[in-house]
Design a binder for this molecule. Structure first.
Ligand SMILES: O=C(O)CCC(=O)C(=O)O
Length: 214
């Protein structure tokens, strides 16, 4: 299932770095259920641009489902069970989301993964996620499963230090990446999204990131 895609011709090398499993098209069979699930989550907890601790609005809009949701504000980054906009619990994680995350984790070498948090990121052209580590979770033994839908994006995957060199991984609609173990705290990010129009999602990319937060 894991295949390496390399760019031909000049420009940066696109490949699959060690410690990252790229499952190309893994989510495609579940596409309809995923899109319906996202719609359902967004009705209860709409996308919003959260504020970073430094006071800037994130270019990526986000929402959550599952027992815990990732939030950012002037007080910092954290997980919490309720949506700060409404005070209500985050919507439950749709069964199709959990099933996909568990199968992808197992395919990536992490059987028995039971995420309790699904962060849903929405990128429009120009939106980006700067290099960061996912370290607000309690237990780093669980992997991260990240699903891409909509417009293609370039994923940066580096090392345990911010200054380590990064590989570039081209992510397309339906691709899933899984990382964990020695690379669980690898720095990663998304380059600014290029303009485009996806047949299912229009001018946007949706990412779903599954984690065990508690
Ligand atoms: O959008 C992506 O593919 C990556 C998302 C991510 O890195 C995050 O939510 O921490």
């Amino acid at each position: 299932m894991t295949r390496v895609r390399r760019q031909t011709g000049p420009g940066p090398l696109f490949g699959t770095p060690p410690g990252l499993t790229l499952l190309q098209g893994f989510a495609l069979p579940a596409e309809d259920a995923l899109l319906a699930g996202i719609e359902q989550v967004v009705q209860a907890a709409p996308f919003r641009h959260m504020i970073t601790p430094g006071g800037f609005a994130m270019s990526v809009a986000l929402t959550n489902c599952g027992a815990l949701g990732w939030v950012s504000d002037r007080r910092g980054y954290r997980y919490q069970p309720n949506d700060p906009e409404t005070g209500r619990l985050w919507p439950a994680m749709p069964a199709a989301f959990l099933d996909l995350a568990q199968r992808a984790a197992a395919a990536g070498g992490f059987p028995g993964f039971t995420p309790d948090a699904c962060l849903i990121n929405r990128y429009t052209p120009g939106a980006r996620l700067t290099l960061h580590q996912d370290k607000n979770e309690r237990d780093f033994s669980a992997p991260i499963v990240s699903v891409s839908l909509g417009l293609p994006a370039t994923f940066l995957f580096g090392g345990l230090e911010r200054t380590d060199p990064q590989d570039r991984v081209a992510l397309h609609h339906g691709d899933v990446v899984v990382w964990g173990g020695p690379t669980r705290l690898a720095y990663h990010g998304i380059l600014p999204l290029k303009e485009g129009d996806h047949p299912r999602l229009g001018p946007c990319r949706i990412n779903m990131t599954f984690r065990l937060a508690s």
